[in-house]
Design a protein around this ligand. Structure first.
Ligand SMILES: NC(=O)c1ccc[n+]([C@@H]2O[C@H](COP(=O)([O-])OP(=O)(O)OC[C@H]3O[C@@H](n4cnc5c(N)ncnc54)[C@H](O)[C@@H]3O)[C@@H](O)[C@H]2O)c1
Length: 263
């Protein structure tokens, strides 16, 4: 296990699922965890600040409560496609950008930003032009206005995760001068409370089919370990990468061994 004893991480989404597991594992490895969530985390985090990631002013206010510099930022919080499309894009994509850009100046050289995206964003190359247009907007509000004017086909969750995945790739070069790396993790289905919402939007049969193929869904800790690797110096030359943590599904789909699930 990596020794994180002098590390200080800001982690979102700590109140449940993957973010709770990331917080527990970082704390067990000796790190300080500064939690941002709209709900109270279960782990004994170092500090917790309540935030509504759908609201940029709430993010700004939350950051005023955080003191000092950090080893990294781990963006885990997210909402499923059962929520209104604007909220999904706000929390899963625009908040990730807003928070990352506000915090980058306080992350030490050698530090790391991790974005928990999703395999639901795997088809980003087909929409790269639109994603780059959204990312070319300068602020959270402008990004939200762009999305309102450019409604996207399909579930907003997929689009939000395409943006989150591309954001991690897109920022690697601009961040080189700061000495901070940025990467994404793209999980497939994980046994957490939002899985029921995914069954609703993506189809229970589809997700059961994935489970049948792989033998099980992921547990939060399966994803948290991939996150900790990207947050640690062990991944020092990995930058602008979207690490698939899905038990083999994406490999099977991309190589034509199994058909892409209809989500
Ligand atoms: N569970 C899966 O199958 C799965 C698969 C792929 C990707 N993901 C992604 O992993 C991340 C974590 O999901 P999870 O499965 O742990 O879900 P979860 O519902 O268990 O946890 C989500 C966390 O985000 C927080 N959150 C949601 N909206 C917020 C807001 N507006 N402001 C502040 N905090 C907010 C919640 O309070 C909660 O702590 C999400 O980004 C999700 O899209 C999950």
């Amino acid at each position: 296990m990596t020794d994180f004893s002098s590390a200080r991480f800001v982690v979102t989404g700590t109140a449940s699922g993957i973010g709770a597991s990331v917080a527990e594992k970082l704390l067990a490895a000796g790190a300080q965890v500064h939690s941002l969530d709209r709900n109270t985390p279960s782990a004994a985090v170092t500090t917790h600040t309540e935030v509504d990631l759908a609201n940029p002013r709430s993010i700004d206010a939350a950051l005023e409560h955080l003191e000092g510099s950090f080893t990294g930022l781990i963006n885990v919080a997210g909402i499923p496609g059962t929520a209104p499309a604007e909220a999904v894009v706000a929390v899963n994509a625009l908040a990730v950008r807003h928070l990352t850009e506000l915090l980058v100046g306080r992350i030490e050289r050698g530090g790391s930003v991790v974005v928990v995206s999703s395999t639901a964003g795997y088809n980003w190359p087909a929409r790269l032009e639109q994603i780059r247009e959204l990312l070319a907007t300068k602020t959270f509000e402008e990004g939200a206005a762009w999305f309102k004017e450019h409604p996207q086909e399909g579930n907003a969750y997929n689009f939000s995760k395409e943006v989150a995945t591309v954001y991690a790739m897109y920022m690697a070069v601009p961040l080189l001068a700061t000495g901070i790396r940025i990467n994404a993790v793209t999980p497939g289905p994980v046994e957490t409370p939002i899985l029921a919402d995914f069954e609703e939007t993506m189809g229970k049969d589809t997700l059961d089919g994935v489970k049948g193929l792989l033998g099980r869904h992921a547990q939060p800790g399966d994803i948290a370990d991939a996150v900790l690797f990207l947050a640690s110096p062990q991944s020092r030359w990995i930058n602008g990468h979207a690490l698939v943590a899905d038990g083999g599904l994406t490999g099977g789909v991309l190589s034509g061994v199994v058909p892409a699930p209809e989500i």
